[in-house]
Ligand binder design. Structure first.
Ligand SMILES: Cc1ncc(COP(=O)(O)O)c(C=O)c1O
Length: 477
Protein backbone atom coordinates (compact mmCIF):
# COMPACT_ATOMS: atom_id res chain seq x y z
CA UNK A 1 0.00 0.00 0.00
CA UNK A 2 1.37 3.41 -0.90
CA UNK A 3 0.32 6.77 0.35
CA UNK A 4 0.75 9.45 -2.28
CA UNK A 5 2.93 12.37 -1.35
CA UNK A 6 2.34 15.97 -2.20
CA UNK A 7 5.13 17.53 -4.22
CA UNK A 8 6.46 20.25 -1.99
CA UNK A 9 7.55 19.57 1.56
CA UNK A 10 5.72 21.62 4.15
CA UNK A 11 7.54 24.36 5.91
CA UNK A 12 7.31 22.43 9.15
CA UNK A 13 8.57 24.87 11.71
CA UNK A 14 5.67 27.13 12.30
CA UNK A 15 5.99 27.07 16.11
CA UNK A 16 5.89 30.72 16.99
CA UNK A 17 7.85 29.89 20.09
CA UNK A 18 10.09 27.36 18.45
CA UNK A 19 13.69 28.08 19.26
CA UNK A 20 14.79 26.40 16.04
CA UNK A 21 12.59 28.00 13.41
CA UNK A 22 12.87 27.20 9.77
CA UNK A 23 13.84 30.76 8.91
CA UNK A 24 14.22 30.33 5.20
CA UNK A 25 17.89 29.41 5.35
CA UNK A 26 19.11 26.84 2.85
CA UNK A 27 18.30 23.31 4.01
CA UNK A 28 21.12 21.80 6.00
CA UNK A 29 22.85 18.74 4.66
CA UNK A 30 21.79 15.39 6.09
CA UNK A 31 23.77 14.76 9.23
CA UNK A 32 24.20 12.18 11.91
CA UNK A 33 20.90 10.83 13.14
CA UNK A 34 21.14 12.39 16.55
CA UNK A 35 22.90 15.50 17.57
CA UNK A 36 23.05 17.95 20.37
CA UNK A 37 21.50 21.26 19.47
CA UNK A 38 24.06 23.02 21.62
CA UNK A 39 26.06 23.79 18.50
CA UNK A 40 23.28 26.03 17.24
CA UNK A 41 23.41 29.78 17.88
CA UNK A 42 22.12 30.66 21.38
CA UNK A 43 18.89 32.24 20.10
CA UNK A 44 17.98 28.89 18.55
CA UNK A 45 18.53 26.75 21.62
CA UNK A 46 15.48 25.15 23.21
CA UNK A 47 14.02 27.23 25.97
CA UNK A 48 14.17 25.63 29.36
CA UNK A 49 11.70 26.35 32.12
CA UNK A 50 14.04 27.18 34.98
CA UNK A 51 11.55 26.13 37.66
CA UNK A 52 11.29 22.56 36.33
CA UNK A 53 13.75 19.73 36.80
CA UNK A 54 15.87 19.32 33.70
CA UNK A 55 16.24 16.11 31.75
CA UNK A 56 19.44 15.03 30.03
CA UNK A 57 17.61 15.17 26.69
CA UNK A 58 16.83 18.89 26.73
CA UNK A 59 19.44 19.61 24.08
CA UNK A 60 18.70 16.65 21.85
CA UNK A 61 18.36 17.59 18.21
CA UNK A 62 16.77 15.23 15.70
CA UNK A 63 17.00 15.41 11.91
CA UNK A 64 13.83 15.45 9.86
CA UNK A 65 13.29 14.16 6.35
CA UNK A 66 13.23 17.81 5.29
CA UNK A 67 16.97 18.13 6.11
CA UNK A 68 16.32 20.30 9.13
CA UNK A 69 17.35 19.60 12.70
CA UNK A 70 14.73 20.32 15.33
CA UNK A 71 14.80 19.95 19.08
CA UNK A 72 13.27 16.60 19.97
CA UNK A 73 9.58 16.89 20.88
CA UNK A 74 9.03 14.13 23.41
CA UNK A 75 5.42 12.97 23.73
CA UNK A 76 6.34 9.46 24.79
CA UNK A 77 6.81 9.77 28.53
CA UNK A 78 4.11 7.15 29.11
CA UNK A 79 6.45 4.55 27.63
CA UNK A 80 9.66 5.71 29.21
CA UNK A 81 11.38 8.92 30.24
CA UNK A 82 14.82 10.42 29.77
CA UNK A 83 16.93 10.60 32.93
CA UNK A 84 16.84 13.74 34.98
CA UNK A 85 20.11 15.63 35.14
CA UNK A 86 19.98 15.15 38.93
CA UNK A 87 19.64 11.40 38.41
CA UNK A 88 22.60 11.24 36.05
CA UNK A 89 24.62 13.32 38.53
CA UNK A 90 23.70 10.94 41.36
CA UNK A 91 24.75 7.96 39.26
CA UNK A 92 28.01 9.67 38.29
CA UNK A 93 28.67 10.33 41.98
CA UNK A 94 27.90 6.72 42.85
CA UNK A 95 30.23 5.07 40.35
CA UNK A 96 33.69 5.89 41.78
CA UNK A 97 32.81 4.34 45.13
CA UNK A 98 30.53 1.66 43.73
CA UNK A 99 30.92 -1.65 45.58
CA UNK A 100 28.98 -4.71 46.68
CA UNK A 101 25.86 -4.24 48.77
CA UNK A 102 25.83 -6.00 52.17
CA UNK A 103 28.82 -8.08 51.12
CA UNK A 104 32.02 -6.41 52.20
CA UNK A 105 33.93 -4.32 54.72
CA UNK A 106 35.78 -2.29 52.11
CA UNK A 107 34.93 1.36 51.89
CA UNK A 108 33.20 1.13 48.48
CA UNK A 109 31.01 -1.65 49.81
CA UNK A 110 30.12 0.26 52.94
CA UNK A 111 29.36 3.48 51.10
CA UNK A 112 27.23 1.72 48.48
CA UNK A 113 25.38 -0.30 51.12
CA UNK A 114 24.61 2.89 53.03
CA UNK A 115 23.28 4.66 49.93
CA UNK A 116 21.29 1.61 48.86
CA UNK A 117 19.55 1.42 52.23
CA UNK A 118 19.02 5.18 52.29
CA UNK A 119 17.44 4.83 48.83
CA UNK A 120 14.70 2.72 50.45
CA UNK A 121 13.98 5.52 52.89
CA UNK A 122 13.82 8.19 50.18
CA UNK A 123 11.59 6.07 47.93
CA UNK A 124 9.35 5.24 50.90
CA UNK A 125 9.02 8.93 51.74
CA UNK A 126 8.14 9.69 48.13
CA UNK A 127 5.01 7.54 48.37
CA UNK A 128 4.15 8.32 52.00
CA UNK A 129 4.99 4.84 53.29
CA UNK A 130 4.14 3.92 56.88
CA UNK A 131 7.08 3.30 59.24
CA UNK A 132 6.60 -0.47 59.11
CA UNK A 133 6.15 -0.73 55.34
CA UNK A 134 8.72 -2.54 53.25
CA UNK A 135 10.39 -1.01 50.21
CA UNK A 136 11.43 -3.88 47.94
CA UNK A 137 13.53 -3.04 44.89
CA UNK A 138 12.50 -4.84 41.72
CA UNK A 139 13.23 -4.40 38.03
CA UNK A 140 10.07 -2.47 37.13
CA UNK A 141 6.32 -2.38 37.79
CA UNK A 142 5.78 -5.71 36.03
CA UNK A 143 8.30 -7.31 38.34
CA UNK A 144 6.88 -5.59 41.43
CA UNK A 145 3.33 -6.79 40.70
CA UNK A 146 4.61 -10.28 39.86
CA UNK A 147 6.35 -10.27 43.25
CA UNK A 148 3.12 -9.36 44.99
CA UNK A 149 1.25 -12.02 43.00
CA UNK A 150 3.86 -14.53 44.19
CA UNK A 151 3.10 -13.51 47.80
CA UNK A 152 -0.71 -13.52 47.67
CA UNK A 153 -1.89 -16.06 50.27
CA UNK A 154 -3.81 -19.11 49.12
CA UNK A 155 -7.57 -18.57 49.05
CA UNK A 156 -7.27 -14.90 48.12
CA UNK A 157 -9.44 -13.62 45.28
CA UNK A 158 -7.97 -10.80 43.22
CA UNK A 159 -10.16 -8.15 41.57
CA UNK A 160 -8.88 -6.21 38.56
CA UNK A 161 -10.58 -4.18 35.83
CA UNK A 162 -10.20 -5.36 32.25
CA UNK A 163 -8.90 -1.89 31.48
CA UNK A 164 -5.70 -2.54 33.43
CA UNK A 165 -2.26 -2.75 31.84
CA UNK A 166 -1.29 -6.37 31.25
CA UNK A 167 1.28 -6.11 34.05
CA UNK A 168 -1.58 -5.51 36.49
CA UNK A 169 -4.12 -7.81 34.87
CA UNK A 170 -2.21 -11.01 34.18
CA UNK A 171 0.09 -12.03 37.05
CA UNK A 172 -2.69 -13.27 39.36
CA UNK A 173 -3.74 -16.25 37.23
CA UNK A 174 -7.10 -16.47 35.53
CA UNK A 175 -8.81 -18.63 38.15
CA UNK A 176 -7.93 -16.41 41.08
CA UNK A 177 -8.71 -13.13 39.38
CA UNK A 178 -12.17 -11.69 38.95
CA UNK A 179 -12.10 -9.38 35.95
CA UNK A 180 -14.34 -6.35 36.26
CA UNK A 181 -15.77 -4.78 33.11
CA UNK A 182 -14.28 -1.62 31.64
CA UNK A 183 -16.18 1.13 33.50
CA UNK A 184 -17.63 4.17 31.77
CA UNK A 185 -17.16 6.58 34.66
CA UNK A 186 -15.36 6.86 37.98
CA UNK A 187 -18.62 6.17 39.80
CA UNK A 188 -19.18 3.11 37.62
CA UNK A 189 -15.72 1.78 38.56
CA UNK A 190 -16.58 2.09 42.25
CA UNK A 191 -19.97 0.48 41.74
CA UNK A 192 -18.54 -2.44 39.76
CA UNK A 193 -16.05 -3.08 42.55
CA UNK A 194 -18.64 -2.82 45.31
CA UNK A 195 -20.93 -5.37 43.72
CA UNK A 196 -18.11 -7.81 42.87
CA UNK A 197 -16.74 -7.67 46.40
CA UNK A 198 -20.19 -8.08 47.91
CA UNK A 199 -20.79 -11.16 45.77
CA UNK A 200 -17.52 -12.83 46.77
CA UNK A 201 -17.14 -15.08 49.78
CA UNK A 202 -13.37 -15.54 49.31
CA UNK A 203 -11.29 -15.77 52.47
CA UNK A 204 -9.02 -12.93 51.39
CA UNK A 205 -9.43 -10.24 48.75
CA UNK A 206 -7.01 -8.02 46.89
CA UNK A 207 -8.05 -5.18 44.59
CA UNK A 208 -5.64 -4.03 41.88
CA UNK A 209 -6.18 -0.32 41.25
CA UNK A 210 -4.74 1.55 38.30
CA UNK A 211 -3.45 4.92 39.50
CA UNK A 212 -3.64 6.51 36.06
CA UNK A 213 -4.65 4.72 32.88
CA UNK A 214 -1.73 4.19 30.51
CA UNK A 215 -4.02 4.46 27.47
CA UNK A 216 -5.94 7.61 28.35
CA UNK A 217 -4.01 9.20 31.22
CA UNK A 218 -7.20 9.46 33.26
CA UNK A 219 -6.60 9.40 36.99
CA UNK A 220 -8.69 6.69 38.60
CA UNK A 221 -10.80 7.38 41.71
CA UNK A 222 -8.13 5.76 43.85
CA UNK A 223 -9.33 7.03 47.23
CA UNK A 224 -12.93 5.99 46.61
CA UNK A 225 -11.89 2.55 45.38
CA UNK A 226 -9.69 1.97 48.41
CA UNK A 227 -12.58 2.98 50.67
CA UNK A 228 -14.90 0.54 48.88
CA UNK A 229 -12.31 -2.23 49.14
CA UNK A 230 -11.83 -1.61 52.83
CA UNK A 231 -15.57 -1.72 53.47
CA UNK A 232 -15.37 -5.33 52.28
CA UNK A 233 -12.15 -6.19 54.08
CA UNK A 234 -10.15 -6.25 50.86
CA UNK A 235 -6.55 -5.18 50.51
CA UNK A 236 -5.40 -2.90 47.72
CA UNK A 237 -2.40 -2.39 45.48
CA UNK A 238 -1.99 0.70 43.33
CA UNK A 239 -0.31 0.28 39.96
CA UNK A 240 1.30 3.72 39.99
CA UNK A 241 3.49 3.28 36.89
CA UNK A 242 1.70 6.22 35.22
CA UNK A 243 0.63 8.11 38.34
CA UNK A 244 3.86 8.38 40.31
CA UNK A 245 5.75 10.52 37.74
CA UNK A 246 2.96 13.12 37.75
CA UNK A 247 1.15 13.21 41.09
CA UNK A 248 1.92 13.02 44.77
CA UNK A 249 1.00 9.66 46.34
CA UNK A 250 0.45 9.16 50.06
CA UNK A 251 0.08 5.50 50.85
CA UNK A 252 -0.62 6.06 54.54
CA UNK A 253 -3.20 8.76 53.92
CA UNK A 254 -4.92 6.75 51.19
CA UNK A 255 -4.94 3.61 53.30
CA UNK A 256 -3.64 1.54 50.37
CA UNK A 257 -1.66 -1.59 51.18
CA UNK A 258 0.92 -1.53 48.38
CA UNK A 259 2.09 0.61 45.52
CA UNK A 260 4.26 -0.38 42.56
CA UNK A 261 6.06 1.79 40.02
CA UNK A 262 9.02 1.87 37.63
CA UNK A 263 12.19 3.97 37.67
CA UNK A 264 12.34 4.24 33.89
CA UNK A 265 8.97 6.02 33.76
CA UNK A 266 10.09 8.34 36.55
CA UNK A 267 13.21 9.79 34.93
CA UNK A 268 15.50 7.08 36.38
CA UNK A 269 16.09 4.61 33.55
CA UNK A 270 18.67 2.49 35.34
CA UNK A 271 16.74 -0.76 35.65
CA UNK A 272 15.02 -0.47 39.02
CA UNK A 273 11.39 -0.48 40.09
CA UNK A 274 9.76 -0.89 43.46
CA UNK A 275 7.03 -2.48 45.52
CA UNK A 276 6.23 -0.58 48.71
CA UNK A 277 3.80 -1.67 51.39
CA UNK A 278 2.72 -4.13 54.04
CA UNK A 279 5.28 -6.70 55.06
CA UNK A 280 3.06 -9.49 56.41
CA UNK A 281 2.23 -11.15 53.08
CA UNK A 282 5.81 -10.64 51.92
CA UNK A 283 7.24 -12.34 55.00
CA UNK A 284 4.85 -15.30 54.78
CA UNK A 285 5.73 -16.08 51.17
CA UNK A 286 8.68 -18.08 49.89
CA UNK A 287 11.52 -15.94 48.52
CA UNK A 288 10.82 -14.50 45.08
CA UNK A 289 14.49 -14.93 44.09
CA UNK A 290 15.99 -17.64 46.30
CA UNK A 291 19.74 -17.23 46.65
CA UNK A 292 22.46 -15.19 48.27
CA UNK A 293 21.20 -12.25 50.30
CA UNK A 294 17.76 -13.83 50.77
CA UNK A 295 19.09 -16.36 53.27
CA UNK A 296 19.85 -15.94 56.98
CA UNK A 297 21.31 -19.48 57.42
CA UNK A 298 21.58 -22.50 55.18
CA UNK A 299 22.01 -25.98 56.66
CA UNK A 300 21.76 -29.35 54.94
CA UNK A 301 18.26 -29.96 56.16
CA UNK A 302 16.92 -26.51 56.76
CA UNK A 303 17.10 -23.01 55.32
CA UNK A 304 16.24 -19.95 57.30
CA UNK A 305 15.22 -17.13 54.99
CA UNK A 306 15.53 -13.45 55.69
CA UNK A 307 12.44 -11.45 56.44
CA UNK A 308 11.69 -8.02 55.06
CA UNK A 309 12.85 -6.73 51.69
CA UNK A 310 15.99 -8.87 51.63
CA UNK A 311 13.85 -12.03 51.50
CA UNK A 312 12.77 -11.16 47.96
CA UNK A 313 15.90 -9.42 46.68
CA UNK A 314 18.12 -12.47 46.19
CA UNK A 315 21.40 -11.91 44.37
CA UNK A 316 23.47 -8.76 44.19
CA UNK A 317 20.95 -5.92 43.94
CA UNK A 318 20.88 -3.18 41.35
CA UNK A 319 22.32 -0.55 43.68
CA UNK A 320 22.86 1.99 40.90
CA UNK A 321 19.24 1.59 39.82
CA UNK A 322 17.97 2.01 43.38
CA UNK A 323 20.10 5.11 43.94
CA UNK A 324 18.95 6.55 40.60
CA UNK A 325 15.33 5.92 41.56
CA UNK A 326 15.85 7.58 44.93
CA UNK A 327 17.47 10.58 43.27
CA UNK A 328 14.48 10.93 40.93
CA UNK A 329 12.04 10.63 43.84
CA UNK A 330 13.93 13.29 45.81
CA UNK A 331 13.86 15.70 42.86
CA UNK A 332 10.23 15.13 41.90
CA UNK A 333 9.13 15.47 45.51
CA UNK A 334 10.52 18.99 45.60
CA UNK A 335 8.71 19.93 42.38
CA UNK A 336 5.33 18.20 42.50
CA UNK A 337 3.28 21.36 42.17
CA UNK A 338 5.27 22.95 39.35
CA UNK A 339 5.27 19.68 37.43
CA UNK A 340 1.52 19.30 37.74
CA UNK A 341 0.98 22.90 36.67
CA UNK A 342 3.33 22.59 33.68
CA UNK A 343 1.82 19.32 32.49
CA UNK A 344 -1.79 20.41 33.01
CA UNK A 345 -1.25 23.55 30.93
CA UNK A 346 0.29 21.54 28.07
CA UNK A 347 -2.42 18.90 28.33
CA UNK A 348 -5.19 21.52 28.07
CA UNK A 349 -3.47 23.09 25.05
CA UNK A 350 -2.99 19.73 23.35
CA UNK A 351 -6.45 18.37 23.99
CA UNK A 352 -8.20 21.57 22.96
CA UNK A 353 -6.10 21.80 19.79
CA UNK A 354 -6.67 18.19 18.74
CA UNK A 355 -10.40 18.53 19.32
CA UNK A 356 -10.53 21.26 16.70
CA UNK A 357 -8.98 19.16 13.95
CA UNK A 358 -11.57 17.48 11.73
CA UNK A 359 -11.26 13.69 11.66
CA UNK A 360 -9.36 13.48 14.93
CA UNK A 361 -11.12 11.42 17.58
CA UNK A 362 -9.98 11.58 21.17
CA UNK A 363 -10.36 8.51 23.33
CA UNK A 364 -11.56 8.46 26.93
CA UNK A 365 -12.79 5.77 29.28
CA UNK A 366 -14.02 7.51 32.42
CA UNK A 367 -15.30 10.64 30.66
CA UNK A 368 -13.96 14.05 29.72
CA UNK A 369 -14.01 15.50 33.20
CA UNK A 370 -11.48 13.18 34.86
CA UNK A 371 -8.19 14.62 36.03
CA UNK A 372 -5.47 13.52 33.62
CA UNK A 373 -1.71 13.02 33.96
CA UNK A 374 -1.04 14.51 30.53
CA UNK A 375 -1.96 11.82 28.02
CA UNK A 376 -4.06 12.33 24.91
CA UNK A 377 -4.85 9.27 22.84
CA UNK A 378 -6.43 9.76 19.44
CA UNK A 379 -7.11 8.39 16.00
CA UNK A 380 -7.00 10.25 12.69
CA UNK A 381 -9.71 9.25 10.22
CA UNK A 382 -8.28 7.46 7.21
CA UNK A 383 -4.81 6.95 8.66
CA UNK A 384 -3.21 3.94 10.25
CA UNK A 385 -2.01 5.09 13.71
CA UNK A 386 1.46 3.69 13.03
CA UNK A 387 1.70 5.87 9.90
CA UNK A 388 0.60 8.91 11.91
CA UNK A 389 3.36 8.31 14.44
CA UNK A 390 5.97 7.76 11.72
CA UNK A 391 4.98 10.95 9.88
CA UNK A 392 5.16 12.94 13.12
CA UNK A 393 8.61 11.53 13.77
CA UNK A 394 10.09 11.76 10.29
CA UNK A 395 8.64 15.11 9.29
CA UNK A 396 8.40 16.94 12.62
CA UNK A 397 10.86 15.38 15.07
CA UNK A 398 8.02 14.31 17.36
CA UNK A 399 7.96 11.06 19.38
CA UNK A 400 4.57 9.55 20.16
CA UNK A 401 3.52 5.95 20.68
CA UNK A 402 1.04 4.03 18.59
CA UNK A 403 -0.40 0.60 19.22
CA UNK A 404 -2.51 -1.10 21.82
CA UNK A 405 -0.42 -0.08 24.82
CA UNK A 406 -0.27 -3.50 26.55
CA UNK A 407 -3.96 -3.07 27.32
CA UNK A 408 -5.61 -5.15 24.64
CA UNK A 409 -8.92 -5.71 26.40
CA UNK A 410 -9.32 -2.00 26.97
CA UNK A 411 -8.36 -1.12 23.39
CA UNK A 412 -10.81 -3.69 22.01
CA UNK A 413 -13.47 -2.07 24.16
CA UNK A 414 -12.87 1.59 23.33
CA UNK A 415 -11.30 1.44 19.85
CA UNK A 416 -12.85 -1.69 18.34
CA UNK A 417 -11.59 -5.24 18.04
CA UNK A 418 -7.86 -5.29 17.25
CA UNK A 419 -7.71 -1.53 16.65
CA UNK A 420 -4.95 0.77 17.76
CA UNK A 421 -4.43 4.50 18.35
CA UNK A 422 -1.80 7.19 18.77
CA UNK A 423 -0.80 8.22 22.28
CA UNK A 424 0.83 11.56 23.07
CA UNK A 425 2.10 11.62 26.64
CA UNK A 426 3.47 14.77 28.21
CA UNK A 427 6.27 15.04 30.72
CA UNK A 428 9.28 17.07 31.74
CA UNK A 429 10.86 16.91 28.27
CA UNK A 430 7.74 18.41 26.63
CA UNK A 431 7.56 22.15 25.96
CA UNK A 432 4.72 24.41 24.85
CA UNK A 433 6.18 24.87 21.37
CA UNK A 434 6.27 21.07 21.01
CA UNK A 435 2.51 21.02 21.51
CA UNK A 436 2.17 23.65 18.79
CA UNK A 437 4.32 21.53 16.49
CA UNK A 438 2.32 18.38 17.17
CA UNK A 439 -0.97 20.13 16.47
CA UNK A 440 0.47 21.59 13.32
CA UNK A 441 1.71 18.19 12.18
CA UNK A 442 -1.63 16.49 12.71
CA UNK A 443 -3.52 19.34 11.06
CA UNK A 444 -1.28 19.28 7.98
CA UNK A 445 -1.57 15.54 7.75
CA UNK A 446 -5.35 15.79 7.78
CA UNK A 447 -5.44 18.68 5.32
CA UNK A 448 -2.74 17.69 2.82
CA UNK A 449 -1.44 14.22 3.65
CA UNK A 450 2.17 13.34 4.31
CA UNK A 451 4.89 15.16 2.40
CA UNK A 452 6.66 11.97 1.28
CA UNK A 453 5.58 8.65 -0.13
CA UNK A 454 5.21 6.05 2.59
CA UNK A 455 5.04 2.37 1.80
CA UNK A 456 3.83 -0.44 4.01
CA UNK A 457 5.44 -3.81 4.34
CA UNK A 458 4.09 -6.59 6.56
CA UNK A 459 7.41 -7.22 8.26
CA UNK A 460 8.90 -3.74 8.53
CA UNK A 461 5.79 -1.58 8.79
CA UNK A 462 5.73 1.90 7.20
CA UNK A 463 8.80 3.51 5.67
CA UNK A 464 9.31 6.83 3.96
CA UNK A 465 10.60 6.81 0.42
CA UNK A 466 13.64 8.98 -0.33
CA UNK A 467 14.52 9.55 3.30
CA UNK A 468 17.77 11.53 3.06
CA UNK A 469 18.88 10.89 6.64
CA UNK A 470 21.53 8.57 7.89
CA UNK A 471 19.77 7.15 10.93
CA UNK A 472 22.58 4.92 12.07
CA UNK A 473 23.77 5.97 15.48
CA UNK A 474 27.22 4.64 16.41
CA UNK A 475 27.23 2.60 19.62
CA UNK A 476 28.33 4.78 22.54
CA UNK A 477 30.99 2.29 23.64
C1 LIG B 1 -0.15 1.48 34.04
C2 LIG B 1 1.06 0.62 33.78
N1 LIG B 1 1.30 -0.41 34.59
C3 LIG B 1 2.36 -1.21 34.44
C4 LIG B 1 3.25 -1.00 33.42
C5 LIG B 1 4.44 -1.88 33.28
O1 LIG B 1 5.59 -1.13 33.54
P1 LIG B 1 7.01 -1.73 33.23
O2 LIG B 1 7.06 -1.99 31.78
O3 LIG B 1 7.95 -0.67 33.68
O4 LIG B 1 7.13 -2.97 34.02
C6 LIG B 1 3.06 0.06 32.55
C7 LIG B 1 3.97 0.29 31.43
O5 LIG B 1 3.67 0.95 30.48
C8 LIG B 1 1.93 0.90 32.75
O6 LIG B 1 1.70 1.94 31.95
Amino acid sequence: MTVQATNTPHDIDTDQSSPIPNDGAAPRAPRAALSVVRDLPPHRLPQVEAHLPLTVAHELGVPTVHRTVVDAANFDHGATTPALVSVRDAVDATLPTYGSVHRGAGLPSRVTTGWFEQARVTVGEFVGARPDDEVVFTRNTTDALALLAHCVPRGTQVFAWESAHHAALLPWGRRHCTRLAVPNSAADAVELLRSALAASDARGKLVVITGACNVTGEVWPVRELIAAAREHGARTVIDAAQLAPHREIDLADLGADWVAFSGHKLYAPYGAGVLVGRRDWLDLASPYLPGGGATARVRHQHITWQSGAARHEGGTPNAVGAIALAAACATLRRHHEEIERHESALFDQLRAGLREIPGVRLVTVLGDDRPNVGVVTFTVAGYDPSLVSLVLSDEYGISVRDGRFCAHLLCDNILGDGSSAVRASIGLATRAHHVGRLLDGVRRLVESGPTLDYTYDESTGWTAADDPRDLSAPCPW
